[in-house]
Design a protein around this ligand. Sequence first.
Ligand SMILES: *[C@@H]1O[C@H](CO)[C@@H](O)[C@H](O)[C@H]1NC(C)=O
Ligand SMILES: *[C@@H]1O[C@H](CO)[C@@H](O)[C@H](O)[C@H]1NC(C)=O
Length: 504
Amino acid sequence: MQRILILSLAVLGSNAASVKKFPDDFLFGAATGSYQIEGAWNISGKTANMWDYLTHNKPTVIADESNADIACDTYHNYKRDVEMMRELGLDAYRFSLSWSRILPTGFSNQINQAGVDFYNNYIDEMLKYNITPIVTLYYWDLPQKLQELGGFTNPLIIEWFEDYARVVFSLFGDRVKHWITFHGPREICLEGYGETIKAPQLNATGIGEYLCAKYLLVAHAKAYHAYNNDFKPSQGGECGLTISINYYPPLTDSEEDKAASELFNQENWAIYSDPIFSEQGGWPKEYSERVAAKSKEQGYPRSRLPDFTEEEIALVKGAADFFGLGHFTAAFVYAYASDYEAGNIVPSSADDTNVGTSQPTTWPTAASSWLKQAPRSLYNVLTHVHKRYSSPVIYVTENGWSTTGGLQDDSTVSYIRAMLTDVLDVLYEGIQIKGYFVWGFMDAFEWTAGYSERFGLYNVDFESAERTRTARKSALVYKHIIANRVVDADYEPENLNITIDEGH
Ligand SMILES: *[C@@H]1O[C@H](CO)[C@@H](O)[C@H](O)[C@H]1NC(C)=O
Ligand SMILES: *[C@@H]1O[C@H](CO)[C@@H](O)[C@H](O)[C@H]1NC(C)=O
């Protein structure tokens, strides 16, 4: 014990001047999504959302044919969740609200008190221990009743979402000061409405994702302004959204590959962030011109990417107090000449963009096949976003690594350390990053991967009635980072016992 103490003092002493520290007010947290953890899918007045509908009606879409009917059963285990937050020493916890638990009809005509009570209890339990709740309004679980009316392809989603947002701001805004309207517009729009990777699996390629992008952005802006005008003056919080940004540099220095990289960035994420954060507002230039030109070639009377009106451009521009940034991986992008012939193929975002991507086989791979650890990817993304826009305040709202299970998750440990080293380097360049949230807080229902990919700092035993949670090695390493505000590559927890420290 003494030997260890002397050693660590020596390390600290020699590097004292160069050790980078996170500021005391930097928020360390972990994140979850309502459908992925809550369970209680049909309890106390909650109605089905589109993931309940998908998993019940097309179970073979999910890798292990599972669903989230019970999941982590947070609905009944919320006190244990907060106990885990205290074990980790979290400053903040990011979770989402289930729209159909609060508004069973999807509309604001009827508020479900049992659902409201659950969230009040969860929030109050966090506040009791000084854990800051960061609340996402929408994490992919649209009320099925609203999906049957078209969901995000129906422009009325703009008012449905604003109504819902006003209800939750007024119910919880006395205690919640950090709001995220939407998590992951790309996953909602491209993967859900354009493709079949997420619910509602609309498969309306080249059309659904663009309708969704427009209506989602206007819905976000309406909710943002509702908060800004009618709640912020008395509640004093902030409101933004979360966009997933992976790092997509050009494969070579050629002009073609550089243009391909920019176009791919525009398709993937800037289509959602430029309208809010760019100086000029509106759609990204090259991408919207490309979609308009392709649409014309294909005989459409107007662009498949619907124009914004001048009014909408102004409404959306600047409608965020911060940039919530989710980040996981990277890929190189290169140009290739399409063999596309007008009328020959179904339109799609992929065809509109017409680029290739590749990930080197040398990059470490997670349990999720798409998730590879690339050097400096978060550093590059954060500096890019900072430069592309006018230095927005940034929270890294989601970042993490999957394994197939087990408590000794060394690959997660090295991933989190690398990513937090990137965050520190960016902080020391003077860029405003106010928080970092590990995905995930505990193992959860991972959409079409079911329970086959484990992202949690805590293992969850989905076979036990109690859904027993057990800390992984990454939990102890993260706890050490939070407590000491440094990334210490040499820290090794002595064992996997985790307890609540004084003051938490
Ligand atoms: C709720 O769903 C479960 C399956 O997850 C089912 O066994 C139960 O009967 C349902 N309860 C109600 C009240 O519909
Ligand atoms: C999506 O649509 C295309 C044709 O437009 C079809 O070939 C494909 O099978 C569909 N995918 C699913 C999962 O339905």
